[in-house]
Design a protein around this ligand. Structure first.
Ligand SMILES: [Zn+2]
Length: 340
């Protein structure tokens, strides 16, 4: 089968590799309906996370179950399934508390090579959620988005305590930030301020439910948010970038007693203790427990209430994966879909 591999910074290739096989009794093998590139794959692509040997990439997936191990009971061959980027047993105490991405037996799907034609999913019973029926082909991008970017945007909103009557700022106009806007809208936010300076991304943010756009960033962005909120700041800030600047922008945009939900993978972020102490802001985030939200998100998608797959603004044949990475790296594309 074909699979994408990263040989070094900026060096993406499509290789012929052996098919995955059942290795543990709880595994499932899935034929992927499509594949995609995540903003977090770009950290390795840009050489920020160094690479020595060629590495497998991709951690988002949905598709049809081909084969299951002898202990698997909840899914069967022929089911269309979606799973999270962390496989989880969904039975341990941490899973049952709604933090499946912190499962005591979690397995990162990045190690399984999800930018490929087939993938092995460990802990299939706890990880995979089947759709109620075989989805129409046009639903595939939306379901694939549920595997990570939608679930992650959703967690950012949940972690920031978004709800009816709340004013929300979303920092980051990548796929996760844009889907954070969609999540805030679905969770009933009254006002949603999207921070973006790119016209096509602003347009999608408005389509997803943003009520205001702020193009300024850093201190000027914070000043603009304060101006829009009577000097108080927002109730909820969603941080979907992961840099020092974006994290401080989120904290400084939030009112006293408000909440920051952070889901951008943090790189080199140091929050000054004195400022944090004086801010009265709650901060919560990390790798999103997507598995917890999947049944709800899948229902919203198959009932056609939400269209998170609109973040895929570039569709390429699988063999052109290198161009998908380039386009996202150069911010020519929000998110690239790879079709077989
Ligand atoms: Zn668990």
């Amino acid at each position: 089968m074909r699979a994408v591999k990263l040989y070094g910074a900026g060096d993406v290739r499509v290789d012929e590799v052996p098919m995955p096989t059942i290795r543990e009794v709880g595994d499932a093998i899935i034929k992927l309906a499509a594949a995609c590139v995540c903003g977090s794959d770009l950290w390795a692509y840009r050489g920020v996370d160094p690479i020595n040997d060629p590495v497998t990439v991709g951690h988002e997936y949905c598709g049809v179950v081909q084969e299951v191990g002898p202990s698997v009971k909840n899914v069967k061959p022929g089911d269309f399934v979606v799973g999270s980027f962390f496989a989880s047993d969904n039975t341990c105490e941490i899973c049952r508390s709604g933090y499946q991405s912190g499962c005591l037996d979690r397995r990162g799907m990045g190690a399984e090579n999800c930018q490929a034609e087939y993938v092995r999913v460990p802990l299939a019973d706890g990880t995979l959620v089947a759709t109620p029926r075989m989805p129409e082909p046009d639903l595939v991008p939306h379901l694939l988005a549920a595997s990570d970017v939608l679930g992650t945007g959703w967690f950012a909103a949940k972690a920031a305590e978004v709800g009816p009557g709340k004013t929300v700022a979303v920092i980051g106009d990548g796929a996760v930030g844009l889907l954070g806007v969609l999540a805030a809208k679905e969770l009933g936010a009254e006002r949603i301020i999207a921070m973006s300076r790119h016209e096509s991304r602003q347009k999608l943010a408005l389509e997803f439910g943003a009520t205001d756009i702020v193009a300024e960033r850093g201190d000027e962005g914070v000043a603009r948010i304060k101006e829009l909120t009577g000097g108080l700041g927002v109730h909820s800030a969603l941080e979907a970038v992961g840099t020092q600047e974006s994290m401080m922008q989120a904290i400084r945009s939030t009112r006293r007693g408000g909440h920051v939900g952070f889901v951008g993978v943090l790189h080199g972020v140091n929050i000054p203790g004195g400022e944090f102490f004086m801010s009265h802001v709650h901060i919560h985030g990390g790798p999103a427990p997507v598995r917890d939200y999947l049944p709800d998100l899948i229902a919203r998608i198959v009932e056609r209430r939400i269209e998170p797959g609109k973040v895929f603004d570039l569709e390429l044949p699988f063999d052109e994966a290198a161009e998908a990475y380039r386009a996202m790296d150069e911010r020519r594309a929000i998110k690239a879909l790879l079709t077989f």
